[in-house]
Design a protein around this ligand. Structure first.
Ligand code: NDP
Length: 257
């Protein structure tokens, strides 16, 4: 098999949480372009349906389904897994992308805000991995991609909820890589730097904060949305068969400092 053929995902089924917009949408699109059938989720059924329709229309022959799922709720996560398997005929790739960020000095954040970030970014990933475990183990194959952040490995002020949650995502990734290696399941984390999505609107619209970010990034710019799909397809495919437990940055060199 040629190296490019190893990147193809024909016959594979992927589930992408938070796949209706932002980075998740880009990754859902990229996986579909590589040949996978894709189920994407949003908390809102209509938003999920619309994104699924748009991706299906833009990729010839693609099968794309949209499901409502609140990832911090275990039963809803399990339902998304079950529906994917029932509707699309299997599950091979899980992209745990859904996430939120609430920024602020610790004494200006409410305990509920901290909890909400942890519930979504940490418990959400755990729920989906737990829900997919039996199926992936039984088929002795799986590609799990957890979306961390540069803040999985470095710190910034006013990010106690987010950086704590993303540090946990990287550690969960490593634990599961060890736990599941014997079942042919690889588990890796992507660690993106800043990309222009809804999550970052406030930063992007503040000229001083925006300049501060650019100054940290050797490539001198934020990521373009279409620069995330390549790593997602690599980690989802047989091209990455010897890669597990890794945290891979896509950050323009930020964390090389
Ligand atoms: P967006 O805000 O654009 O998208 C977030 C997605 O997550 C939406 O699809 C949203 O769906 C979904 N979501 C949020 N909360 C929940 C929840 N409780 N249950 C289910 N789905 C939920 O963010 P990005 O695309 O920027 O972020 C995607 C991932 O990438 C996140 O994990 C983020 O931390 C990470 N990341 C992003 C970076 C960036 O610069 N943009 C940098 C580093 C990491 P809906 O609202 O429709 O329910």
């Amino acid at each position: 098999m040629s190296v490019l053929e190893k990147f193809r995902l024909d016959g594979r089924v992927a589930l992408v949480t938070g796949g209706n917009r932002g980075l998740g949408r880009q990754m859902a699109q990229a996986l579909a372009e590589a040949g996978a059938a894709v189920a994407l989720t949003s908390r809102d059924q209509e938003r999920a349906d619309q994104a699924a329709r748009e991706i299906a229309e833009s990729v010839a022959g693609a099968t794309v389904a949209g499901y409502a799922c609140e990832v911090s709720n275990y039963d809803q996560s399990a339902q998304a897994v079950e529906r994917t398997i029932a509707d699309l005929g299997g599950l091979h790739i899980v992209v745990n992308n859904a996430g939120i960020n609430i920024r602020g000095p610790i004494d200006e954040l409410a305990p509920e805000e901290f909890q909400q970030v942890i519930d979504t970014n940490v418990t959400g990933v755990w729920n989906m991995c737990r829900a997919a475990a039996a199926h992936l183990k039984a088929q002795r194959y799986g590609r799990v991609i957890n979306v961390g952040s540069t803040l999985s490995i470095i710190a910034l002020p006013e990010r106690t909820p987010y950086a704590s949650s993303k540090g946990a995502v990287l550690q969960m990734t490593r634990v599961l890589a060890l736990e599941w290696a014997q079942y042919g399941i690889t588990v890796n984390a992507m660690l993106p730097g800043p990309f222009s999505t809804e999550m970052n609107l406030a930063l992007e619209q503040d000229p001083e904060k925006y300049r501060e970010f650019i100054a940290r990034i050797p490539l001198g710019r934020w990521g373009d949305l279409d620069e995330i799909g390549g790593l997602a397809v690599f980690l989802a495919s047989d091209a990455s068969s010897f890669v597990t437990g890794a945290g891979m940055t896509v950050d323009g060199g930020w964390t090389a400092h």
